[in-house]
Write a protein that binds this ligand. Structure first.
Ligand code: CKX
Length: 601
């Protein structure tokens, strides 16, 4: 865990300077960088945009597929007047692990490619001068990393990754890098949680600082009027006739936190918060005590050229498309997204199931649907993996705990849950995460097709069930789809007979579809077949009251590993990778616009 990771802001006390742009870049296939003092400065470099994944810029396959160490460098100026400030570099994401050197000094190493970390520069920078940051990144996968995979060496000596998942292993400085200056005594973190009391709401807050001075907290409405205030590091703010944050009807108050030394202000941090409560009661998902039905997507951060590099333009288009189609939610499959995404969702009123990069926890995934006959949780890697997994859950909750849009934590995608050895792992993960979230949001994970009410051994753990199901595509496909529907109904009947008392959300279903391929009658891969396949799922969803959401796989086509089941990527998108609609988009727009928010409530 690193120092303050509050979202960077500029105000009278704080500075946030983005170091985005062209950085120097160099591959290090022999991992000899440190030995030859690359940390002091790189020679013979390429230019590389930050943020971006390096892969898709290259025209040579060896470079696109490069696996191993690679380095970035840039210079940054630190003003003289920052001498008494806390100066740091914040990396929003370095995929998958990084070591940061400033002016040749090693500052920090961080594991995990989708969460931010902070390199404290107090001892390492020169004020009033240019400074040099050099970052060594590594993009290998192993069974102890999140996400999971193997790294193999080919006979020609080149390394390559074999991910236990299908999305392409896009790597690099995928998100922004910030130069930050904070006052010596500053707000480190804060949390908010809510209670509704008739028309009023109580905002329970907690503020962490690195000093001893008093803290004051105030809440302002969207017109800028102060509605509540308090002093002290922890307490409650009563908001009379609270304007609640609601689905697709967001309302954000501004929380202003200040550190005060008598009449003197030492630091101020302002953030928008949405007052709302999330609960699971029986098979209902309740927002502000009212039932909601989730309509939306599993998504990816994935776009042309930049790969998984955060692309604000693509993100803006995605939000416009999600609004157009009548969606109200998405899962950040299969990793935490850039923080800008959650801020946009807070403002638009979208609901997010926030996922850690715990994907590939299954031996079948090691050979993609090939099924190696070993229990993943029996592997000798399990203890190290668990340490990593828990660390990333903690970092995720720490980062995203205050977002109104986040309604649940997804702690894994499609893990093995049918073997006895999965049980202690799940118990440990769920036990270790109790109480981490001040808002106590539901915790869940996505169950693959192998994991049913009869086979799964860990169904006691999640607060709601996420099901990934593929009749019509990975089995019972084409003309057999009617059997697929019947089998799915049989499965739902079993849940019903067992007296299911938690909601089910379908977190994946769908069919690969080549945009522009039309066929009457339909065949697989045609736009017509994708519509028929989703209509089949919708008939089933509409037949069971405990199914409380549908998040189709996937929002848009995305790049995958090469394979004989993929034609330039996963084509289950409702939109193309360039974010244009397939026929299915028009069908879903009609369905989702017609379904009320409280459908089946
Ligand atoms: N679920 C049979 C995880 C996603 C994949 C999706 C797919 C699988 C299906 C599992 O990350 O993209 O193959 O379309």
């Amino acid at each position: 865990m690193t120092a303050s990771l509050l979202y960077p802001v500029n105000n009278g006390f704080r500075r946030d300077i983005k170091l985005d742009g062209l950085w120097k870049f160099k591959f290090d296939p022999k991992s000899e960088g440190e030995e030859f003092n690359w940390q002091d400065g790189l020679k013979d470099t390429l230019d590389m945009p930050v943020p971006s994944s390096f892969n898709d810029f290259f025209t040579k396959k060896d470079e696109r597929e490069y696996t191993g160490d690679f380095w970035y460098e840039t210079d940054f100026f630190v003003p003289e007047e920052w001498e008494n400030r806390r100066v740091s570099l914040r990396f929003d994401a370095a995929t998958h692990r990084a070591t940061v050197y400033v002016n040749g000094n090693k500052i920090i190493s961080h594991e995990g490619g989708f969460l931010p970390f902070n390199a404290d520069l107090k001892q390492a920078v020169s004020f009033g001068k240019n400074n040099k940051v050099v970052v060594k990144i590594n993009n290998e996968l192993s069974r102890t990393t999140l996400p999971c995979g193997d790294t193999v060496t080919l006979k020609n000596g080149k390394k390559m990754v074999r991910p236990f998942f299908d999305f392409y292993n896009y790597s690099g400085l995928n998100r922004s890098v910030h130069l930050i200056a904070l006052p010596d005594e500053s707000v480190e973190d804060y949390s908010v949680a809510y209670e509704l009391d008739g028309e009023d709401a109580i905002v329970r807050y907690n503020v962490m600082t690195n000093g001893i001075h008093d803290v004051s907290v105030a809440l302002y409405d969207e017109d800028g009027a102060k509605v509540a205030g308090a002093t002290g590091r922890a307490g409650g703010l009563r908001v009379k006739k609270a304007h609640l944050w609601n689905v697709l009807d967001a309302y954000l108050y501004q929380l202003r936190i200040e550190i005060v030394d008598n009449d003197k202000l030492l630091d101020a941090y302002h953030e928008e918060i949405g007052i709302r409560v999330v609960e699971i009661k029986g098979t209902e998902i309740l927002i502000n005590q009212k039932p909601v039905y989730l309509k939306g997507f599993g998504r990816h951060e994935d776009s042309d050229f930049a790969g998984r590099g955060f692309n604000l333009n693509a993100e803006k288009r995605d939000f416009e498309l999600m609004k157009w189609i009548g969606a109200n939610s998405f899962r950040t499959s299969h990793y935490p997204y850039d923080e800008a995404v959650y801020r946009m969702a807070d403002r638009e009123g979208f609901l997010i199931i926030d996922e850690v990069p715990a994907v590939g926890f299954k031996m079948a995934a090691a050979s993609f649907l090939g099924g190696l006959n070993q229990s993943f949780f029996d592997g000798e890697w399990i203890n190290d993996l668990q340490v990593n997994h828990l660390a990333q859950i903690k970092e995720l909750i720490r980062r995203d705990k205050n977002h109104a849009s986040v309604i649940a934590w997804s702690l894994m995608n499609e893990p093995d849950t049918v073997t006895d050895s999965s049980v202690p792992y799940f118990k440990a993960v769920f036990d270790a995460t109790v109480g981490l979230d001040p808002q106590n949001r539901p915790r869940t994970f996505a169950l693959s097709e192998d994991d049913t009410i009869t086979t799964s051994k860990v169904l006691e753990f999640p607060d709601l069930y996420l099901l990934n199901r593929y009749p019509g595509w990975y089995h019972t496909w084409g003309y057999e789809i009617s059997d697929g529907e019947q089998n799915l109904r049989d499965e739902m009947d079993q849940w019903k007979e067992e007296g299911i008392n938690k909601p089910i959300v379908f977190s994946e279903f769908g069919a690969d579809t080549e945009p522009g391929l039309h066929k009457l009658p339909s065949i697989m891969w045609s736009e017509e077949y994708q519509v028929e396949c989703v209509q089949m799922f919708n008939r089933v969803f509409d037949s069971y009251e405990f199914i409380k959401g549908e998040q189709i796989w996937n929002f848009a086509d995305f790049q995958t590993v090469e394979g004989n089941m993929r034609v330039n990527g996963n084509k289950k998108g409702v939109f193309t990778r360039q974010r244009q609609p397939k026929a299915l988009a028009f069908y879903l727009k009609k369905r989702w616009s017609d379904l009320p928010l409280d459908y089946k409530g």
